[in-house]
Design a protein around this ligand. Structure first.
Ligand code: C5P
Length: 308
């Protein structure tokens, strides 16, 4: 008897960093209008979907990822992605799905959004659903504000609540980052937005313009980009977690061009002049007892790395 190979598809999706995150005062639906510049960075989650008669969800995590808080029931965003595809196509969407996590959890790097985007693509391919691109992007936006960008990758402008994504040219500037995940718990994205509302009660409905970051990217000038990096959620994140401010100061005193809270935090990212500078800074931070990951970008959005 020969073993039959179970068909499977593996899709890889990257972490995101907001080079610019302008946040306006809350809309009537509670979401905040954004003007953001997303970029991808080479830390990845893989979603492996294998043919099966029923649904199952499992998780494996890299040594530096604390995935203890990730639920594996219907509340996982990957299960929500499967339900969204099932509703759209009016058919069951089941598979044995494994999430392989290389993106720190609850860190402002949109790891859950990467999983959702990867799951949409993996299940679509495995089950040959042939979902049109426009529908995939619409389902992605319903799953979360950052999910459409996780499909696109590269650099992109995000507007609306972040879900309206306009690609920006990739250019030829490689950005070298040191990514420092928090070892003392995550920060909840809604809590950071609520704290922003407390700190900035009169925020304009028009978020801060991303033009300086877009111009620095177009010029391919990493120092101008470092000077232009902007995150309106940094002040509330640092107010909730003062240790993040100390970490940013340490990195900037140790060779980074700029340190920045990533999205709603608590991951802190440092933009460096190049690969050597990033490795040197990671060494300093590791010697200080921290997890510090060197990664570069921009990289591709959700894409198939193994099929059938
Ligand atoms: O869309 P997503 O599920 O990522 O949003 C998580 C939470 O973050 C929202 O429920 C909301 O509290 C907050 N949020 C916001 N404004 C945005 C995006 C997210 O207030 N533009």
């Amino acid at each position: 008897m020969t073993d039959r190979v179970v068909p499977s598809v593996t899709v890889r999706a990257a972490a995101k960093i907001n080079l610019h995150l302008g946040v306006g005062g809350p809309r009537e639906d509670g979401f905040h209008p954004l003007e953001t510049v997303y970029t991808t960075v080479g830390l990845y989650d893989d979603v492996v979907a294998a043919a099966a008669a029923d649904w199952s969800l499992a998780l494996e995590a890299a040594a530096y990822v604390d995935a203890a808080g990730v639920p594996l029931d219907e509340s996982n965003i990957v299960a929500a992605a499967a339900r969204a595809l099932a509703d759209l196509h009016g058919r069951p969407v089941v598979a044995d799905v494994t999430i392989v996590k290389g993106i720190p959890v609850a860190g402002g790097l949109a790891g859950g959004s990467a999983d959702a985007a990867a799951a949409l693509v993996a299940l679509d391919r495995l089950l040959d659903l042939q979902t049109p691109d426009d529908d995939l992007v619409r389902l992605a936006a319903d799953l979360g504000s950052d999910v459409p960008f996780a499909l696109h990758g590269g650099h992109a402008l995000g507007t609306g609540r972040g879900e309206v994504v306009t690609p920006l040219p990739a250019g030829d500037l490689a950005l070298w980052w040191v990514v420092v995940p928090s070892t003392s718990g995550g920060l909840s994205t809604p809590a950071v937005y609520r704290h922003y509302d407390v700190l900035v009660p009169e925020a304009s409905s028009v978020p801060a313009s991303a033009a300086p970051v877009v111009e620095a990217l177009a010029a391919g000038d990493v120092e101008a980009l470092a000077a232009a990096l902007h995150n309106d959620l940094q002040a509330p994140a640092v107010d909730l977690r003062p240790d993040l401010g100390e970490l940013i100061a340490l990195g900037e005193a140790s060779g980074a061009l700029r340190g920045l809270v990533s999205g709603s935090g608590p991951t802190v990212v440092f933009l460096c002049a190049g690969a050597d500078e990033a490795r040197a800074l990671a060494g300093v931070l590791q010697a200080d007892g921290r997890t510090a990951l060197v990664a570069n970008g921009p990289v591709a959005g959700a894409h198939v790395v193994h099929g059938i």
